[in-house]
Design a protein around this ligand. Structure first.
Ligand code: DGJ
Length: 533
């Protein structure tokens, strides 16, 4: 019996080798940092995530067709999609990767890359994606207890048996990918989803209390970390309360959740070191609120340094930006664009207004719930259409510091960009935010925005919509007469700019060119003349 089984297993294994032998093996995706700029390398080149995230319950045969359809209509290159622990480990210790293989097969057919979201111990702070057999054993896999003894709908980060099970299942997933995804259809993995706890700043159960009264771990007792956390940078040791005072509870919870996640991610990294990240339910980026006003324990902006210290297996902390208002949205972008953290926005409520703010600083962007609310009529498909054929170049230009962006602000409709020898003066038309639907967009407003690429001192590309350009000499050009050498309107094909027409006469004589509500790419060359004395 044993022999037959191994013979059969051998035949199946051979089949698997043959099947995957047809798939070209590519280098492992990685996050690199060069000259202070982060870059996601896929297939050996910089990669720009023009993404979309589907709904939470969309990774099912009944819904996947709709997801692929939306992604195509969006002109996106990367789908962010959950894989469910409750489905993968329905029986303890037995892993079923049918849903993963289906994704790999269908994504390859669609020529899309995937970012898998590991919905496991935490999903929006709760344990709702733990397998049923864990949920039913709430004594072993217990939840957080609040300060006043209430049971909270959030798993305790101090349950080592849950952590080990999560780590084992995650490692099995990563092994499955290693064996079945040699071409790296999956380019990144999100470990957990918006981890942390709503409704209690930390766990106040017995185990948690013991740990809380111990000394702060040495990894946090470093002057730069203590300073960032608002503690005495010279402190040498002490309990959480002694070192961090009124912030002790939230920092302790962040450390506990991050350490748990690191354990899970590390188990996966050992098998298959794909880039792994965590995502945050944000707190107000301006008012520095206490943790009773946000999801405590997740990678919020105030504890990124704790995540860096506790979770080295995680390559970046990413903001899910659902905040409304220019000030809050852009503040969150800046808080996660750090020397030690690459910016990536894996979820956004606003479909495209801040697209260039994110792409000029980060690895990529994805609006959330695209299969529910995005279709070809929404402006982002028009934006992605002009960006997609230039994606790798844009990713490279960013790492070279060549990208600059601006958008039609709530309070003003003009912006300036300092480009060294020239100042770009941008007026967003029609000047009333949100009143100009792009062509063919069923009345959905498309707000003015622009991303400029500085190719040389006097030469630029501009991606944008609803914007009028003019320029002012700066630096070496100050005091000189200037004009356009040439303005070309065009598009990209496989990374090369292709001219459709030259804009001249009425199209440039009123100060400069205009891009209408239809997103376009311009190639602009300027020149200056020394005044004759
Ligand atoms: C943020 C979560 O990360 C998503 O999975 C989803 O639940 C959205 N919130 C809902 O808007």
């Amino acid at each position: 019996m044993k022999k037959v089984f191994s013979l059969l297993a051998g035949i199946f294994a051979l089949g698997a080798i043959n099947a995957s032998a047809q798939i070209k093996e590519t280098p492992l995706p990685e996050l690199v940092q060069e000259n202070g700029h982060f870059s996601l390398i896929v297939d050996g080149s910089p990669y720009l995530i023009l993404g979309g995230q589907c709904g939470n319950s969309s990774n099912w045969p009944a819904t996947l067709d709709g997801v692929w359809h939306t992604m195509k209509e969006m002109n996106a290159n990367t789908l962010e999609i959950p894989v469910y622990w409750e489905e993968i480990e329905r029986v303890r210790g037995q892993y079923d990767f049918t849903s993963v293989q289906r994704l790999l097969d269908q994504a390859r057919e669609q020529d899309l890359r995937l970012i898998l979201l590991w919905f496991a111990t935490w999903k929006n702070g709760s344990n709702h994606y733990m397998p049923e057999w864990m949920k039913l054993d709430s004594k072993t896999f217990y939840n957080v207890t609040s300060k006043d003894g209430r049971p909270i709908d959030s798993p305790s980060p101090h349950v080592s048996e849950a952590m080990d099970l999560d780590a084992k299942a995650f490692a099995a997933l990563m092994r499955y990918l290693k064996e079945n995804d040699p071409c790296h259809t999956v380019i990144m993995v999100q470990v957990e989803n918006e981890p942390g706890t709503w409704d209690s700043v930390r766990d106040y159960g017995k185990t948690a209390e013991k740990l809380f009264n111990k000394d702060v771990p040495a990894a946090l007792m470093k002057p730069e970390i203590l300073k960032e956390l608002g503690a005495d940078p010279k402190a040498k040791r002490g309990s959480w309360s002694e070192v961090f005072g009124e912030r002790a509870d939230e920092y302790f919870h962040a450390w506990s959740v991050a350490s748990y996640i690191n354990n899970v991610a590390e188990a996966g990294q050992k098998v298959n070191p794909l880039p792994m990240y965590v995502n945050a339910a944000l707190r107000d980026p301006i008012t520095n609120p206490m943790a009773d006003q946000y999801e405590s324990g997740g990678p919020t902006d105030n504890v990124i340094c704790i995540y860096k210290a506790a979770a080295p297996a995680i390559c970046l902390c990413a903001p899910d930006i659902y905040q409304s208002g220019d000030e809050k949205y852009t503040a969150s972008i800046k808080l996660y664009d750090r020397k030690d953290n690459a910016l990536m926005v894996p979820e956004s409520s606003n479909v495209n207004l801040y697209l260039y703010e994110v792409l000029s600083r980060g690895l990529g962007f994805a609006p959330f719930g695209v299969d529910g609310r995005v279709n070809a009529q929404t402006p982002i498909s028009l934006d992605y259409a002009i960006l997609a054929p230039a994606a790798s170049q844009i990713a490279k230009w960013r790492t070279e510091g060549r990208l600059f962006s601006a958008f039609e602000n709530e309070s003003h409709d003009s912006e300036e960009i300092d480009l060294g020898s020239w100042k770009a003066l941008l007026t967003f038309s029609p000047g009333h935010r949100g009143t100009a639907p792009a062509k063919g967009t069923k009345g959905i407003p498309s707000v003015g925005k622009v991303m400029m690429v500085k190719l040389a001192e006097d030469e630029f590309y501009a991606f944008g919509n609803n914007v009028h350009f003019t320029f002012e000499p700066l630096g070496k050009n100050v005091g000189k007469a200037w004009h356009y050498l040439v303005v070309e309107e065009g598009h990209f094909e496989e990374g090369e700019f292709v001219r459709d027409r030259i804009l001249n006469g009425d199209q440039t004589d009123w100060g400069g060119p205009t891009i209408s509500s239809q997103p376009q790419v311009l190639h602009i060359k300027l020149y200056s003349r020394t005044p004759i004395k």
